[in-house]
Design a protein around this ligand. Structure first.
Ligand SMILES: [Zn+2]
Length: 203
């Protein structure tokens, strides 16, 4: 009798989700798979041997990638990062001024709505004002890594307008605005230009 034996790789799915497929160039479903080499007899895996690495397979194009492909943000995550960053920046600048000022809060709500979160309201402002500074700063930095130069400038100008809503900028507000600019990846001189221009336009 002829024995047919060999080595077979068997993969099983360990998790599923949505990722940015480098091949399709968009948000796609993926499955994360882990593999093991088996000793097989008559093409039936019999004895488990060594483990193979994990990989990620795109359900659309079937291409496989290293697990590090999951680190790239999806388009949906990027779209959500922007209003989250504006919420955070608004909370930072409100806190540096008068966080109870109604005009400033209304300006913050309008601005966040303009950045794609129309449901944002006073309760949302209240929640964001409670968050730790490093949490808020991380949200701003995340968006900063994705924005083009012009979009950063516009973002900062919007935050300056929130700061101006309760009256002229105080020292604390200026410090926070420069910190936000730094998190966005803007130079200090560039940020100063945007702040001064926005102040001038509001007079
Ligand atoms: Zn794909």
């Amino acid at each position: 009798m002829l024995l047919v034996f060999g080595l077979t790789a068997v993969f099983r799915t360990v998790s599923e989700g949505t990722f940015h497929c480098p091949q399709c160039g968009g948000d796609r479903a993926y499955r994360r798979r882990t593999g093991r080499r088996w000793f097989s007899l008559f093409f039936v895996p019999l004895v488990p041997l060594w483990r193979l690495g994990q990989n990620v397979e795109c359900r659309a194009c079937r291409r496989r990638f290293a697990v590090s492909a999951l680190r790239t943000p999806t388009a949906q995550q990027m779209a959500a990062a922007l209003p989250a960053a504006m919420r955070a920046a608004a909370a930072l600048v409100l806190r540096a001024g008068d966080p109870s000022d109604g005009t400033a809060r209304a300006r913050a709500i309008d601005t966040v709505a303009g950045y794609g979160e129309p449901g944002y309201d006073d309760a949302g402002v209240e929640t964001d004002l409670e968050l730790r500074r490093d949490v808020l700063e991380r949200e701003v930095a995340l968006a900063g890594s994705q924005l083009a130069v012009e979009a950063k400038e516009w973002f900062l100008a919007q935050v300056v307008r929130i700061g101006l809503a309760d009256g002229p900028l105080g020292e604390g507000e200026r410090r926070v605005l420069h910190r936000i600019a730094e998190l966005l990846g803007m130079s200090r001189a560039y940020a100063l230009g945007v702040i001064v221009t926005t102040e001038g336009a509001s007079r």
